[in-house]
Design a protein around this ligand. Structure first.
Ligand SMILES: NC(=O)c1ccc[n+]([C@@H]2O[C@H](COP(=O)([O-])OP(=O)(O)OC[C@H]3O[C@@H](n4cnc5c(N)ncnc54)[C@H](OP(=O)(O)O)[C@@H]3O)[C@@H](O)[C@H]2O)c1
Length: 198
């Protein structure tokens, strides 16, 4: 696949490294040309402006703060037919879910919420795993082809995709992240609250 990566921070680096190893063609864009060039150099990727990368890519990873992603998309030109992978978290859960806001702002694009539940130090592992358990990655989206493409990208990092339902359920992924990450930062063992249903 031709994957555009928006953002040059931890998530962009961790997921991009897996996809580069898997043989995907990567393009990086960021607000800092210097940071974009440094990440592209590590990944063996090309760089471009937001609209250049959006136009060239089939799939766009939105590895940006939730509060920045809509402005960046507005500057990215037409997104019709693109798969937008939303890994963002908004710890404050302000307003409508980020995934819904992205979908409303990008008519004709196919939004898939994914990769928002685990931290970058786990995504950096090959394969991503904790305590010997490989990671599963829930996906929420409405377009079957987009879900299949992102499912392939999940397998390419060594994880297992899990059908999470339609994009309306992305709100649950965002709320889960906000709640669980809050527990981790408070020093609690968030895994200990998720006992399996008998
Ligand atoms: N960190 C995690 O463990 C984790 C896990 C799952 C999901 N997420 C979510 O994934 C997204 C990316 O997280 P991250 O850890 O990769 O963040 P990060 O390391 O802080 O990187 C953020 C990127 O966004 C860019 N950026 C910041 N403000 C911007 C703006 N106003 N306009 C354009 N670009 C802007 C930064 O550019 P500069 O380099 O110029 O600052 C940087 O390239 C966030 O929504 C986060 O909540 C994070």
């Amino acid at each position: 696949m031709r994957i555009g990566i928006f953002g040059t921070g931890g998530m962009a680096d961790a997921l991009g490294a897996h996809w580069a190893r898997a043989g995907h063609e990567l393009l990086v864009s960021g607000r800092s040309a210097e940071n974009a060039a440094a990440l592209a150099n590590r990944l063996g990727a090309a760089t471009g402006t937001w609209p250049e990368v959006a136009a060239a890519a089939d799939v766009l990873l939105l590895a940006l703060p939730a509060g920045a992603v809509l402005d960046v998309l507005a500057a990215s030109g037409p997104l019709t037919g693109k798969v937008l992978v939303d890994c963002t978290n908004d710890p404050a859960l302000t307003g409508a879910p980020v995934a819904s806001r992205i979908a409303s702002a990008s008519p004709g694009a196919h939004v898939v919420k994914a990769f928002n539940l685990a931290p970058t130090d786990i995504w950096q592992l090959t394969p991503p795993a904790w305590e010997g358990r490989p990671l599963s990655v829930p996906l929420c989206g409405d377009d079957p082809a987009a879900l299949a493409a992102v499912g392939t990208l999940v397998r390419d990092i060594g994880a297992t995709p899990v059908a999470g339902g339609g994009l309306d359920r992305a709100a649950l992924l965002e709320a889960t992240a906000a709640f669980v990450i809050g527990l981790w930062f408070a020093g609690e063992d968030a895994q200990a609250i998720l006992a399996p249903v008998g």
